[in-house]
Design a protein around this ligand. Structure first.
Ligand code: NAD
Length: 298
């Protein structure tokens, strides 16, 4: 069995790589930061590479999990990038959430060298990365999807091909719009309940099973009640996704008024020093407007 390449071992990449090791794969790993590489090497099932080119030279399939478009371009097309090491016929799968137009650009550059590419961003966050229950949304050729699916299934509960290259990241942008606005709506509602004198925990218990209930509500309200805002998914990364959504919206002619509004709320939180907190901290914006704190009572 050929080794799997894994580039980018951050909050998401490290537990995802660990799940591949648990499933019996051997890895060749690379990160610009040496510490997480050393942790993977300690498992005895991973070898550290000196560059993305070395990873791609040693592996038939190379996975990438870095922050944004420029990091993907650097890892694939930059000096010592995967494109320099990969032979024709190899497959690069980018699991980062990036601008779909950049996915297409990277896919074209690789295609010119006979290297296959897919975009396969995920939703689910760190807890699901650890459990191996992420949702993958994939863009690429069916043949490449069939080749990568067993590997992605070691890290995810759901793996869906949404179309050709770029379709995975378009789907992810749709996901990020829904998540951001859902957090905002839940936050505004909990702030109202609290200031109107009703225990927000009881409001949550009463409404979570009805139409208002959501995965977002179940994930974020208990954390807000416990005043836990450590990431998770950083506001700064969500700003990156909304910027990509607005940019694609403008490019294809889709106004995104609600997205623009929550984007500015997140900008305000960043200015207020909260960019590195979890996006659940959106509630702190609404708390500030109303001068009230949503927390566990009694
Ligand atoms: P992170 O910042 O924790 O990790 C990114 C890792 O990539 C870091 O270890 C960094 O050193 C490394 N890196 C950066 N540039 C590199 C390069 N050129 N070559 C090699 N390594 C490089 O970010 P994360 O939270 O793991 O997120 C990764 C991606 O997953 C992002 O696109 C994010 O939007 C997406 N995502 C995150 C979550 C979440 O909850 N954190 C959920 C779903 C999707």
């Amino acid at each position: 069995m050929s080794k799997i390449g894994f580039i980018g071992l951050g909050i998401m990449g490290k537990p995802m790589a660990r799940n591949l090791v648990k499933a019996g794969y051997e890895l060749v790993v690379y990160d610009v930061n040496a510490a997480p590489m050393a942790e993977l090497v300690e498992t005895g099932k991973a070898e550290a590479a000196a560059s993305p080119a070395e990873v791609a030279a040693k592996c038939d399939i190379t996975l990438i999990m870095v922050p944004n478009s420029p990091h993907v371009k650097a890892a694939v097309l930059g000096a010592n990038g995967a494109i320099e090491g990969a032979a024709p016929g190899k497959l690069v799968v980018d699991m980062s959430s990036i601008d779909p137009m950049v996915s297409r650009e990277v896919g074209k550059a690789l295609e010119a060298k006979g290297i296959f590419f897919m975009d396969a961003p995920v939703s689910g966050g760190e807890p699901k990365a650890i459990d191996g229950t992420l949702s993958f949304m994939v863009g690429g050729r069916q043949e490449d999807f069939d080749r990568a699916e067993p590997i992605l299934k070691c890290m995810g509960a759901s793996v869906v091909r949404c179309g050709d290259i770029g379709a995975g990241n378009v789907t992810k942008l749709a996901n990020q719009i829904v998540v951001a606005l859902n957090i905002a709506a839940v936050s505004e509602a909990m702030v109202l309940a609290t200031k109107a004198g009703v225990d927000p925990e009881l409001v949550y218990k009463a409404i979570r099973g009805g139409l208002a209930g959501s995965t977002v509500m179940d994930a974020k309200v208990p954390l807000a009640l416990a005043r836990k805002f450590n990431p998770g998914f950083r506001i700064n990364l969500h700003i990156k996704d909304l910027a990509n959504a607005i940019s694609v919206g403008h490019e294809v002619g889709v106004p995104l008024p609600l997205t623009a509004q929550i984007m500015e709320t997140m900008q305000a939180l960043r200015v207020d020093g909260m960019g590195d907190l979890d996006h659940g901290a959106i509630i702190r914006h609404y708390e500030k407007l109303a001068q009230v704190e949503v927390k566990k009572q009694g």
